[in-house]
Design a protein. Structure first.
Length: 416
């Protein structure tokens, strides 16, 4: 007779809990609060014992001094009295009893006051010495206890410079500082993975988005080069080619904006005046077509950064200054200078009046003054956003101020 197989047993429950395990006696954990309490409590106890010992020794010395006899009777017949501490009865002979007792009482009071003054002055000196020792010892111990904070701060500064590979890896007792360091290391690990994934995504997007747009442009140019194509097809091809070109600019702007949001790791000396001059040369033909004059003196200023990205800042600002200008008699002034220990690029232009409350909106992606930055032939609406991101990546900032009479004054400040 065949037996039925036994049903499978349930898998054992996991015994490992991924959450942080709590110690069996959390109040025994060597936290910083307990360590500082023991440290400063022990210092106070030691200082109190030392102070009491010093006061005890000083009081014993004062009592020994006070036990010395106030006077001596050296001649019993004539009752002659000598005293080293009581000048009122020293060398006196046959003094009346009342005068003798009064002099002795005065001497006793004087000697007591001298002993108390000596005790007070020496106690103050002892207290001052103990205070100096306590402050020095406390400063040294506090520096030793808080030294991990310096390590955490140095690592945070290194991370601020885009060195996400740095870790604190703090060793020592399992206290609040080690917990903070471990949490900071975990955060850095996640940030590094996120930035790595972002860079990988930007690279993939750069390839996947540029390739079809380049193919479309090539196909359109081939069809437009056919002289036998109808006029309607030629016009449609030109429209599609302009749309494709606009899409390429949008993709390039988005990719540059994504890359420029990070700090610049590799920095080289760059002349800001040369960067601005190159940007001006690229916009000269467009400025001449619109009748806009480009002027300004550009003094050489060397900064540390990426020349291509810095040129993009100048190019975007100059292009905006030319495109949003007064046709016919407008002007754009581009200057570079060294001011207050920083490199400054200033782009001023004539143009429409810009309200002060609209300034912040100009730096938002796809935004234009009073309108959305879509459906315009003046750009894709990322110029100022890219300029601000690149400036921040170089540790600088960009600010815009409405110019009296119309136009803007764009001021880019970069560290040397």
């Amino acid at each position: 007779m065949a037996t039925t197989p036994a049903p499978p047993t349930a898998p054992p429950k996991p015994t490992w809990d991924p959450r942080r395990q709590e110690p069996p006696f959390p109040w025994l954990r060597p936290t910083i609060r307990i360590r500082l309490t023991l440290l400063y409590g022990g210092m106070f106890l030691i200082a109190g014992i030392l102070l009491l010992s010093i006061i005890y020794l000083l009081a014993a010395q004062a009592l020994n001094t006070g036990n010395e006899p106030l006077f001596k009777i050296v001649d019993g017949n004539a009752i002659k009295v000598t005293s080293t501490t009581c000048t009122a009865v020293d060398g006196a002979t046959n003094l009346p009893l009342e005068q003798f007792n009064a002099a002795i009482s005065t001497c006793i009071d004087h000697q007591r006051q001298v002993a108390l003054d000596n005790l007070l002055s020496r106690s103050l000196l002892a207290l001052l010495g103990l205070a100096i020792i306590a402050f020095a010892f406390g400063y040294a111990m506090a520096g030793r206890v808080l030294s991990p904070l310096g390590r955490i701060t140095r690592t945070a500064r290194a991370v601020a410079g885009s060195d996400l590979s740095r870790r604190i890896e703090l060793d020592g007792p399992d206290d609040e500082l080690k917990e903070l360091a471990d949490t900071f290391d975990d955060m850095l690990e996640r940030l590094q993975r996120a930035f790595t994934a972002q860079q990988r995504f930007v690279g993939n997007a750069s390839h996947e988005l540029r390739t079809p747009l380049a193919i479309n442009r090539t196909l359109l140019e081939v069809h437009l080069s056919d002289p036998a194509a109808p006029a309607e097809l030629q016009q449609l091809g030109k429209t599609l080619l302009a749309t494709n070109e606009r899409s390429e600019q949008l993709v390039e702007g988005l990719l540059l904006l994504a890359r420029s949001d990070n700090q610049i790791v590799e920095r080289k000396p760059v002349d800001l005046a040369e960067v601005a001059s190159r940007a001006v040369d690229q916009v000269l033909s467009e400025a001449d077509a619109k009748g806009v004059e480009i002027r300004g003196e550009r003094a050489p200023v060397i900064v540390q950064g990426n020349g291509v990205l810095l040129e993009r800042i100048a190019l975007n600002l100059v292009q905006n200054a030319v495109r949003y200008n007064v046709p016919g008699d407008g002007w754009v002034e581009v200057t570079t200078e060294f001011q207050h220990g920083q490199a400054v690029l200033v782009v001023s232009n004539t143009g429409p009046v810009v309200p002060a409350y609209e300034i912040d909106n100009l730096f938002e992606p796809f935004r234009r003054l009073r309108t959305e930055r879509t459906g315009s032939d003046k750009g894709v609406g990322l110029g100022l956003s890219i300029a601000r991101s690149v400036a921040r990546a170089h540790g600088g900032h960009i600010a815009a101020v409405p110019r009296e009479g119309g136009g803007l004054v764009m001021r880019v400040t970069l560290p040397i």
